[in-house]
Write a protein that binds this ligand. Structure first.
Ligand code: NAD
Length: 254
């Protein structure tokens, strides 16, 4: 029986990159997204072409009432749960000055990125710890952002949500180590997806000027391969760690 990964936000972008990289590494996958669309079909078909059994689960991770159904769906699909990848997240609806952030925007970003991720992780971990069959996930991987540590004045609520996820990763690492479950954080840099499409020209220019020492956009596959390498079990004595997948963007320079 193949290991089973549950990936949130798998319809497109980084989530799809993660689903496909895991499929390539021998995982079956259940992936969550807001609604079943043509994008979901693409992710599922490409994962199946790579030899995985792939299932789509429609759910909003901001709705805590749906979390037990999400975990149930993963177990129904794979009979076990080995890996949770917290990828689903949103950016701000409109970039703007920190002094203009509205409570509505703050609450929405936190509801998805932090609250949804926190409680889904809790639901998955509880279920796995109670699983009498003894199968347990090897890991929870949380996709935060370079903005967990790099401040953007025009996306304050996003940065705050990602900084908090960074702490969640370490808290989960502490709580779950005895159960043999690792918790890792991946901090993507600037990755070419729908989320960054609004700022394509800006990032083209900045990357060309050397914003990241590796002068290229990241691709979803860059993140997928990092997740798959962790999930493959090659880091057995590492937990609570953050990996920057950003072409060196985070390196402070003088
Ligand atoms: P994206 O917008 O292209 O894809 C996000 C996916 O998540 C979409 O399919 C969307 O429908 C889904 N989603 C959003 N809210 C959801 C919810 N409440 N419940 C279930 N699914 C939901 O974005 P992306 O660039 O692929 O980003 C994926 C993750 O990577 C996010 O957490 C984002 O913050 C993070 N990230 C992205 C970049 C980047 O440069 N693109 C950089 C750093 C971090």
């Amino acid at each position: 029986m193949k290991p089973l990964a549950l990936v949130t936000g798998g319809n497109r972008g980084i989530g799809r990159g993660i689903v496909l990289a895991l499929a390539q590494r021998g995982f079956d996958v259940a992936f969550v997204d807001l609604a079943e669309t043509d994008d979901s079909a693409v992710t599922r078909q490409e994962a199946e072409r790579l030899g995985a059994r792939a299932a789509f689960v429609a759910a909003d991770i901001a709705d805590l009432g749906q979390h037990s159904r999400i975990v149930d769906a993963a177990y129904a699909h794979g009979g076990r749960l080995d890996l949770l990848v917290n990828n689903a997240g949103i950016s701000v609806a409109r970039r703007g000055d920190v002094l203009d952030v509205t409570p509505e925007s703050f609450d929405r970003v936190m509801a998805v990125n932090l609250r949804g991720t926190f409680f889904l992780s809790q639901a998955a971990a509880r279920r796995v710890l109670a699983d009498a069959s003894g199968t347990q996930p090897r890991a929870i991987v949380t996709i935060s952002s370079a903005n967990a540590v790099m401040a953007s004045v025009d996306r304050a609520e996003y940065c705050l949500s990602k900084a908090a996820l960074s702490m969640l990763v370490r808290i989960l690492a502490l709580r779950l180590a005895d159960a043999g479950i690792a918790s890792w954080e991946i901090r993507p840099g600037i990755i070419r997806t729908e989320m960054t499409r609004v700022a394509t020209e800006k990032y083209d220019r900045l990357i060309g000027e050397g914003l990241s020492p590796m002068r290229r956009w990241g691709e979803p596959d860059d993140i997928g391969r990092a997740v798959a390498a962790l999930a493959a079990g090659d880091f057995p004595f590492v937990t609570g760690e953050a990996i920057h997948v950003d072409g060196g963007l985070h390196i402070r320079r003088l």
